[in-house]
Design a protein around this ligand. Sequence first.
Ligand SMILES: Cc1cc2nc3c(=O)[nH]c(=O)nc-3n(C[C@H](O)[C@H](O)[C@H](O)COP(=O)(O)OP(=O)(O)OC[C@H]3O[C@@H](n4cnc5c(N)ncnc54)[C@H](O)[C@@H]3O)c2cc1C
Length: 499
Amino acid sequence: MHNHQDVVIMGGGVGGLFTAALLAKEGYQVTVLERSARAGGGLQSFRRDGVDFDAGMHVLGGLQPGGSVDRICRYLGIRDQIRVRPVDQDCMDEIYCHEDRQTYRVPGGRESFIHYFQQLFPEEKDRLSRYMDALYALTDQVGFFHLRPGSQGYTEYGGEFYEPSEQLIARHVQDPKLRDLLGYMSSLCGGAVGHTPAYIFALINCLYINGHYRFEGPASQMADALVQFIEQHGGRVLTHAEVVRIEADGKSVASVVTADGRTFHADHYISSLHPQVMVNIADPELFTRAFRARVETAPNNYSAYCVYIVLKSGTFPYINHPCYYLDSYDSVWQYGQYVEEGWPQSFAYLTPCVRNQGEYAHGMQVIQFMPYAVCERWKDTVTGHRGADYQAWKQQHTERVLQKLERRYPGFRSCVAQVYDSSPLTIRDYGNEPGGSLYGLLKDCENPYSGYVPVRTKADNLYVTGQNVYLHGCCGVPLTAVMTAEAVMGETDAIVRRL
Ligand SMILES: Cc1cc2nc3c(=O)[nH]c(=O)nc-3n(C[C@H](O)[C@H](O)[C@H](O)COP(=O)(O)OP(=O)(O)OC[C@H]3O[C@@H](n4cnc5c(N)ncnc54)[C@H](O)[C@@H]3O)c2cc1C
């Protein structure tokens, strides 16, 4: 297929690369402009002391055979290049609560998941069934999530879609401990009490309950496969190409300019940048004043403080599922809050999987959700030059994480060879992500439109893709890429019908 239309895509992360690959397959001449030294964004990995750590994606949904990401990758012909493995079916997630030293080994699959909690809370048996039905019913209404033709996002829904997620649980389940346990995945959707809409919570829960995966080897393998596909189809992925200006010609984009002074012209332009970055670098006439004001003032989701531990060889077992540590059950509703006393009250951790993974882990990655405001006092500093007080602050916080891990696994320190850490400022600066936000703009049931960014903009040749449109993550972003590519083609369902 050959199409003489040019497309320039700003940002070579998950959304930019998937959208570029889909359009390259349609014959468009795509050029991806990526500011970093490597494309990938949330698919970036880095190596420390011979151990690969992933900067973003760890828990992968939609990759089971027939899952939405699996279908998109097969359509592109790159599925065989991506090595993933399912997490343990009998324990897809492990939750440890220090309050009563209980460990919960939550199995995957709808029936097993519900059966597990029914056995623990027999008096909630029927209510749990109704809760599970409600989660799946909400998810089922979102045709876009299932790649059903004719579905155009989900902003048109109302009622229980925009009920706060903790209320959805409380409406069905009575036991306070069970309510908290069922909320453990709220960290995976940037859950904030009173704000996170039930439909986001339901989509994320059902996505992972249906089966989640992890990469065998670094996450960058998926970015590499996408870049290779784009190049094989005549496209270009240019790194060290930071877009600093989107120039208007009336109500259209005329060109984009990179930091090193290059100008790129195209028929269509796609932004996979954070919307606050996009409006900031665009000529004002490309957006209405109302849109600009809404985007500029929209709150972002919380960030994270990450600890990367290189383990001594043969000392700590490889764990084939994510783990969640909680000081107390209600910590699941406080993921994004920072309480100095006793921090961290909760965190997620996992042992990255290598090819030919053996019995022992090579590393451990620990993610503490944290509001950006905690390190705002260093906001004007740059990596490597943030000052001694920042280093001391990090050292203290990393030490606290190690103390909690020691609490969970007595003797853990003797397994540790080396420790690295990163703060919300790292996420902000490496990804050009305002507020170091994990999942972009906050999806808020109090104000559904504040975080809403449509695929099409008022400018007739400017489109948006990435995690700020509809849904974040390994599953949400490729789904949006399909929609964005179809919008550029001007043909609804053109790709969906072929997947
Ligand atoms: C610590 C962390 C853990 C996460 N864990 C998971 C997980 O386990 N599972 C999951 O599904 N999701 C996870 N996520 C979320 C997931 O990574 C994101 O939802 C996803 O990467 C968003 O894709 P995107 O294309 O919108 O943004 P990105 O993938 O971040 O891509 C944006 C790209 O744009 C580039 N860019 C920015 N500004 C410019 C500019 N001016 N010019 C050119 N290029 C520019 C950036 O360098 C970047 O490459 C995690 C995120 C973080 C930060």
